[in-house]
Design a protein around this ligand. Structure first.
Ligand code: SF4
Ligand code: SF4
Length: 449
């Protein structure tokens, strides 16, 4: 390994950089690769979120500099920043920044969902299809989220990950994008957006399509916090259609599927992974589940090919069934049985892929979000909460092990937990200066000074 790559990996590891787009995969592991193309995922196709576009517009130069460094260190031939053509200001700033660096270029994407799905992005940029059950590395590419790459750039300047940039959107008084210390209570982030605009509300962490509905009591008690992987917080009235969909239990989903699935196969025809050529047929999975087929049939193990994008559940199905949730349950069941993914075919995008792109504007209408589709303004507020609760596991792998105890004084940026040697994980740093109040199996609580 060349010295530049060694340094890049070591500094990225020391800074605790993980996939900031939600995945949380430790970035130093991802960077230990030799690829032809490094792709920056600036697609931002989740409705209402604006954080990546705003970061690209405001920090185009830093982004290009970090990308150029990664491209050189990995011995790649090209670095591509992928951004939707509709984001004209960000695209213009990026174009200026990449023009000065000979291996970098811009790729303008169409405004569809899910343009930011890693495999679809790779296809859009390189024309290559990731095989079933594979990752972009299989086609000589690595994909980094915008904030992740900015964090890599900061790591090269010996700055660890202490903050996360988030858009707070939906039923809030003033939708806003801002940077908050990791471990900031979600309730405090809502206050920074003027608070919920409705008395009875629920919170989705992440975007409306792939986010996670938070337990309301955790939000209200200040126990739900912003992590390195938090990209957005979407607030909606408790009786909003989307919240009702998120709340439907698996038993009801299965019961409805038995009575209402007409095998129209729209879920399959619009499934982005099916359109990428993978053998995933959600309508057949529902049919198999409805008819009690054995758990190792191909229709069932196809659950491993589902990206959890939500298209089948929240856009395609005319009777509001949820193949996605069925697949999630099947994946859990298959995991318990120790059944590995048997699907490894090489794939070729199916005809009709482009014609079946889902326009984001239509998706927003379908989700009932038109009234909340208000641009979030960027806030320069340097928010420092009174207290942060920093999770020990904000990443793929094992939790980090604490290096501090209750009563210790810590400085912002100080490493406070590390993964065990030789285990997949990421270091965790104090996001504010203060005193450690409590260390639990899950988190380190710091009270600011
Ligand atoms: S779209 Fe809905 S009704 Fe049609 S096959 Fe899929 S789950 Fe069944
Ligand atoms: S969530 Fe649905 S549409 Fe998306 S990949 Fe899975 S089966 Fe396909």
């Amino acid at each position: 390994m060349n010295r530049e790559k060694e340094t890049l990996i070591a500094k990225t590891k020391a800074a605790g950089v993980v996939g900031a787009g939600g995945a949380g995969f430790p970035t130093h592991v991802k960077l230990n690769a030799q690829v032809e193309t490094v792709i920056v995922n600036g697609a931002e196709c989740e409705p209402l979120l604006a954080v990546d576009v705003q970061l690209m517009e405001r920090q185009a130069e830093e982004l290009a500099e970090a990308l150029a460094h990664v491209v050189e260190a990995l011995g790649a031939e090209a670095g591509v920043v992928a951004v939707k053509g509709k984001h004209k200001a960000a695209a213009a700033r990026l174009q200026e920044a990449v023009a000065e660096r000979n291996k970098l270029r811009l790729k303008l994407l169409g405004d569809y969902y899910p343009a930011g799905d890693e495999q679809i992005l790779v296809y859009d940029v390189t024309g290559r299809t990731v095989p079933e059950g594979g990752i972009p590395l299989a086609v000589d590419a690595v994909v980094l989220n915008v904030e992740t790459l900015l964090n890599v750039g900061a790591a090269l300047r010996d700055q660890p990950v202490t903050h996360t940039s988030i858009t707070v959107a939906g039923a809030v008084r003033e939708p806003v994008t801002l940077s908050v210390p990791v471990g900031t209570p979600i309730a405090a982030a809502l206050d920074l957006a003027g608070g919920p605009a409705t008395a009875s509300y629920r919170v989705i962490e992440g975007g409306p399509m792939t986010g996670e509905l938070m337990a309301q009591e955790e939000v209200e008690a200040g126990r739900a916090v912003c992590k390195k992987t938090t990209t957005g917080i979407v607030v909606l009235p408790a009786d909003h259609w989307l919240i009702r969909q998120y709340n439907v239990g698996l038993d009801v989903i299965l019961q409805r599927a038995q009575s209402a699935c007409c095998q129209c196969r729209l879920c399959t025809d619009l499934c982005p992974r099916y359109l990428m050529g993978h053998d995933i047929f959600p309508h057949l999975a529902l049919n198999a589940v409805n008819h009690g087929h054995a758990a190792n049939t191909s229709a069932i193990t196809q659950a491993y090919l589902c990206s959890d994008c939500g298209v089948c559940e929240l856009y395609a199905c005319p009777v509001e069934l949820s193949p996605r949730r069925v697949y999630r349950a099947l994946k859990e069941e298959l995991g318990k049985r120790g059944l590995q993914n048997p699907h490894r075919r090489k794939a070729k995008a199916r005809d009709g892929w482009v014609g079946r792109h889902i326009p984001v504007a239509h998706l927003i209408t379908r989700l009932g979000l038109d009234e909340y589709n208000i641009p979030a303004s960027w806030s320069e507020v340097e928010f420092s909460p009174r207290q942060v609760a920093i999770p020990l596991k904000q990443h793929v792998g094992v939790p980090a092990e604490p290096l501090v105890k209750a009563g210790h004084r810590v400085e912002a940026g100080q490493v406070i937990a590390v993964p065990p040697p030789d285990k997949l994980g990421a270091a965790v740093h104090a996001s504010i200066s203060g005193r450690v109040q409590e260390v639990t199996k899950m988190e380190i609580i710091i009270v600011g000074e």
